[in-house]
Design a protein around this ligand. Structure first.
Ligand code: PD2
Ligand code: ZN
Length: 283
């Protein structure tokens, strides 16, 4: 991937495209279509066009990277201690950044969250970035509800554990969102960040900035199906009660490869609690 070399010929071609009035996004798209990895292509474009313009001017093809939550996995530990519990590290992937944790929640904690959420479920809605409000989404056939931060003692304990695990303050997290999937329901692949090009995004960002990470915690083990899939990586994480999958995205852009979805549940029921981590304090 990073072995792709920016030759003088490629630089000349990029400058030629820019001089012909071609927008950087269009040049990026044709580089990707001819086999360039998007992140490498974007960096090559930014460097070439900035050097061409000179006088300290810079061209940004991608949004600038943001700090992201990240567990401390120095020394490749098989488990880490987070607040009040040992948590297993089952899988790590660099790109997209994904970490699968084992035993993040005890079975009784999963059951307590499900019992509390069950009477409050409604057809799941997603943020509507056209308006900044929320809407029922055909791509998401689960039912769900939101807790506010610290709404129950179990929520507060789990939030403190997540904050320690991911080195990200509790205040920068949204409340837990609980989803319930029956057989045949799914959450089609999507990105969790807010699309900067959508008109409603500004009002969503006012509550704590971009989402920069997600933690999907499995509160039950469906019998078949219901894995969390990452199509760009060909990865499917099995939903096992108490385990969790963490992924981060340092820019609101597909270059993060953070596209993910909930595969259809084929047998049994799937319950998850999702924690979204924001760039700033969420209020
Ligand atoms: O339930 C899941 O596996 C899932 C998949 C994709 C949850 C979410 N996204 C989410 O809550 O954003
Ligand atoms: Zn998602």
């Amino acid at each position: 991937m990073s072995a792709q070399i920016v030759t003088p010929e490629l630089r000349d071609w990029i400058v030629e495209q820019a001089r012909a009035g071609c927008r950087p996004e269009a040049v990026l798209a044709s580089m990707c279509a001819s086999g360039w990895e998007e992140g490498v292509a974007a960096q090559a474009l930014e460097a070439t066009l900035s050097a061409y313009l000179g006088a300290g001017r810079t061209i940004e093809v991608l949004p600038p990277p943001l700090p992201v939550p990240e567990p401390d996995l120095r020394g490749s530990p098989s488990s880490v201690f987070a607040h009040d519990r040992h948590v297993q590290v089952l899988l790590t992937l660099a790109r997209p950044r994904v970490v699968v944790f084992g035993g993040l929640l005890a079975d009784e904690e999963c059951d307590a969250i499900v019992d509390c959420a069950r009477p409050l479920l409604a057809r799941s809605e997603t943020v509507d970035t056209d308006t900044g409000g929320s809407e029922v989404n055909a791509a998401r056939t689960s039912r769900g509800m939101f807790f506010s931060r610290g709404q129950t003692p179990v929520c507060a304990r789990v939030e403190a554990r997540i904050a320690a695990l991911l080195a990200w303050p509790v205040e920068k997290g949204e409340g837990l969102q609980v989803l319930h999937y029956r057989p045949g329901t799914e959450y089609k692949p999507h990105y969790d960040y807010f699309d900067p090009r959508q008109p409603g995004t500004a009002s969503v960002l006012a509550r704590g900035g971009q989402r920069v990470g997600s933690l999907v915690i499995y509160l039950s083990s469906p019998l078949r199906g219901g894995g969390t899939v990452f199509p760009d990586a060909g990865l499917c994480v099995a939903p096992i009660k108490g385990n969790a999958v963490f992924f981060s995205y340092d820019r609101p852009h597909p270059v993060t490869h953070s596209l993910h979805g909930g595969a259809p549940v084929e047998a049994g029921e799937k319950w998850v609690a999702t924690k979204w981590l924001r760039e700033g304090e969420f209020h």
